[in-house]
Design a protein around this ligand. Structure first.
Ligand SMILES: *Cc1c(COP(=O)(O)O)cnc(C)c1O
Length: 422
């Protein structure tokens, strides 16, 4: 018997593990050098300057080359990327968009800010969207489905894409948390009609803030470029886009990425393969050892384990209470674990549950939909059940094998001493 740290015993680790910022913890000379080149070149704007370095464009080219997708556009955030994606698809007032019940507030918020209305699809044991629930939420007002690979595990895309094809709706992949995830060999974000990425600090690679969209469709790319840059297209020759503004321009935003972010992001992009390889290696080491040590331990399901990037290990406990005590005890051993989003489906956020936007008169919820939008707390029962009993252990790309072994030891210790039933 070894006494739990939470009960006054000696913690498995004397010091915490590295913080959970996979891209930022590998910042180094590469990011610093290219960012300072941009400074010395006095050219922080992507479209003009005295000695342009072309950092943002180089980032986009690296993305298209490495992810096997013809078009990528860097923007200012993952939220901006979602809004650009919806505007590229022509989604707006009078449209509904299917959003998974387990996601960050931004996924659903971006739908509302695009003047459409989110409707919520349940999750399955993968904690990602359950394709079997799509029929329940679909009606003729639905124009797109957003899938969200949560914390490094792919979404089961085949049934989602088949469903979308059958109904003639678009698939948007919100890959904010999962850059580098693959599904059946293809990169998440390049499988649906349009993929959106975030480079905020909590994500896999980062410039503090930033984002991108990716697509195979030049028409979507043209609309994305226009929406992100006040309706304009500055480098038409780059994509062979020759549509005249007179006929094609519309009012847009300024979601342009700056060159300092582009410089940092290009160097982060080059590090993505090693970040993913390191996370995946430790993730699998920990998962394999725990499976051997704790018979019956239940991991979060994954439709394609090879495509998982290993940024987090998800464990499902029988009750929310068991999960909470496990997390408290594990954190006292100096190994982090946490549930997501306060243990609740995204639609439990007051702004969504009460159907509020920044606009007057209930816009865009006031549209006379054929089937009115009604939210109830229990509309996605599996999400209500699973989210508070799924804990995630972050796996940093700079963990050593020794750190991974500490995680194994701590989880096994807490499991044994708390007698959590799996
Ligand atoms: C972080 C996140 C976003 C928003 O990204 P930002 O760059 O912070 O705007 C969108 N969707 C999901 C699933 C996220 O985790």
């Amino acid at each position: 018997m070894s006494k739990l740290a939470i009960n006054g015993g000696t913690p498995v680790r004397s010091r915490p593990l590295p913080p959970n910022y996979p891209g930022a913890v590998v910042y180094g000379k590469e990011e610093a050098d290219f960012a300072s080149e941009v400074i010395y070149a006095q050219s922080p704007f992507r479209y003009y300057g005295p000695h342009m370095k072309g950092a943002v464009e180089a980032l986009e080219n690296a993305m298209t080359r490495d992810f096997g997708v013809p078009y990528a556009l860097a923007v200012t955030s993952g939220t901006a990327a979602l809004i650009v994606a919806m505007k590229a698809l022509g989604i707006g007032y009078g449209d509904k968009v299917i959003v998974p019940a387990n996601t960050f507030l931004a996924t659903a918020g971006a739908v509302v800010c695009s003047n459409a209305v989110p409707v919520f699809c349940d999750v399955d044991d993968s904690l990602n969207l359950d394709p079997a629930d799509l029929d329940r939420v679909y009606d003729e007002d639905v124009k797109a489905v957003i899938v969200v690979p949560i914390l490094g595990n792919p979404v089961d895309m085949d049934p989602v894409v088949a469903f979308a094809k059958k109904h003639g709706i678009a698939v948007i992949e919100d890959v904010a948390q999962s850059c580098g995830v693959r599904y059946k060999g293809r990169y998440a974000g390049t499988i649906g009609d349009i993929g959106t990425f975030s480079f905020q600090m909590n994500k896999i690679i980062t410039s503090g803030e930033g984002g991108a969209v990716a697509t195979h469709d030049v028409k979507l790319m043209e609309r994305a470029i226009r929406y992100h840059d006040q309706g304009m297209i500055r480098h038409r020759d780059r994509y062979g886009i020759d549509s005249p503004d007179d006929a094609f321009a519309f009012s847009g935003q300024n979601y342009r990425m700056n060159e300092l972010s582009g410089a940092v992001m290009l160097e982060q992009w080059k590090k993505l393969p090693s970040i993913v390889a390191n996370m995946k290696k430790r993730h699998d080491r920990i998962a394999d050892a725990l499976a051997a040590e704790i018979p019956g331990i239940r991991f979060r399901a994954c439709p394609d384990p090879d495509g998982c990037i290993g940024s987090n290990l998800g464990i499902i406990f029988p009750t929310a209470e068991a999960t909470a005590s496990f997390n408290r005890a594990l954190n006292a051993e100096n190994v982090q674990a946490h549930i997501l989003y306060g243990g609740k489906p995204v639609y439990m956020n007051p702004s969504l549950l009460h159907r509020r936007s920044a606009e007057k008169d209930g816009f865009p919820y006031n549209y006379p939909f054929n089937k009115p939008v009604v939210y109830t707390e229990d509309m996605c029962p599996k999400a209500v059940d699973l989210i508070p009993r799924t804990t995630y252990i972050p796996i940093s790309p700079i963990l050593t094998d020794g750190d991974a072994d500490d995680i194994i030891e701590a989880v096994a210790k807490v499991h044994r001493e708390l007698q959590v039933v799996v």
